[in-house]
Design a protein around this ligand. Structure first.
Ligand code: ADP
Ligand code: MG
Length: 260
């Protein structure tokens, strides 16, 4: 498999504080990768950088010939405003934006495809419901229907099954596995390690810095998981990024001795 997205010494910061630090490696075309790591490890930040919502402070992301439209992105539930007054059908059809253009009108065909997508996620007949009236599981199904409609080559999911009932998790996981079979590249932040081991061939384990990236079997060892937790606990929130203009210290010193 060839590399589709390559990260080279990637550092992403919030006001100079690194959330993702010196990460290098590549997602192969057609790979199915879990991103795992402790809370605050930089998992969501990494996804946002890959889709282009955040810019690297240092290093780079090579997406080859991919454009923004080739990425389907499901943010973490906490980042989504469900009070926005919009129907289930319209929410799904937003996935068709790349076809209609932001100012275009939804076509009859879009509406048909939205209905098909809702059927595939088990929500036939929900078209006119307000998204605020749905359960967490039903809303996640709507967002998956939108991804189905979007038909992207690369799909990034941020904790798609957190706080979601078991049946919905099973149904949506089967959609993820089908995307993989179809040859799409899928990257999902997950906290359920059993799920990762059972279904995700590749794992990227991160605690701000990379702990390991490769076949799940070898990456999700207890030694690596202990190391990830220790790295997360040791991390100095206040540390500045060791950016090129920061000439006061080497990389390691900048991280261990942030006080100036
Ligand atoms: P994870 O998804 O692994 O829990 P995040 O990528 O959300 O981790 O966060 C990594 C670090 O970046 C955390 O310390 C978090 O507090 C910080 N962070 C995340 N988002 C922001 C933001 N918008 N502004 C400032 N700091 C942020
Ligand atoms: Mg997160």
């Amino acid at each position: 498999m060839s590399d589709l997205i390559r990260l080279t010494n990637l550092t992403v910061t919030y006001e100079r504080h690194p959330a993702v630090h010196h990460v290098s490696g590549a997602f192969a075309s057609g790979s199915l990768t879990a991103i795992a790591g402790p809370n605050g490890a930089g998992k969501s930040t990494l996804l946002k950088a890959i889709v282009g919502e955040l810019r690297p402070a240092e290093g780079s992301i090579d997406r080859g010939a991919l454009t923004r439209n080739d990425f389907g992105y499901l943010p973490q539930a906490a980042d989504i405003n469900r009070r926005f007054p919009i129907s289930v059908a319209d929410t799904v059809m937003l996935g068709a934006w790349k076809n209609s253009g932001a100012f275009g009108r939804f076509s009859r065909q879009d509406a048909d495809r939205a209905r098909d997508a809702l059927e595939r996620v088990g929500l036939s007949g929900f078209e006119r419901r307000h998204i605020g009236s749905l359960s967490a599981g039903q809303f996640q199904r709507v967002l998956f229907a939108r991804l189905l409609l979007q038909d992207a080559q690369v799909i990034l999911l941020d904790e798609p099954f957190t706080a979601i009932d078991q049946r919905t998790t099973r149904d949506l996981l089967s959609i993820v596995l089908r995307w993989h079979k179809e040859g799409r590249t899928v990257i999902a932040v997950l906290h359920d390690f059993d799920q990762v081991r059972a279904h995700f061939p590749e794992t990227l384990l991160i605690a701000r810095e990379l702990v390991g990236w490769g076949p799940t079997q070898s990456i999700m060892s207890s030694a690596n998981l202990i190391k990830a937790r220790a790295m997360a606990e040791r991390w100095d929130e206040a540390a500045d990024a060791c950016l090129p203009e920061d000439e006061t210290a080497s990389d390691d010193l900048a991280r261990q001795e942030p006080a100036r």
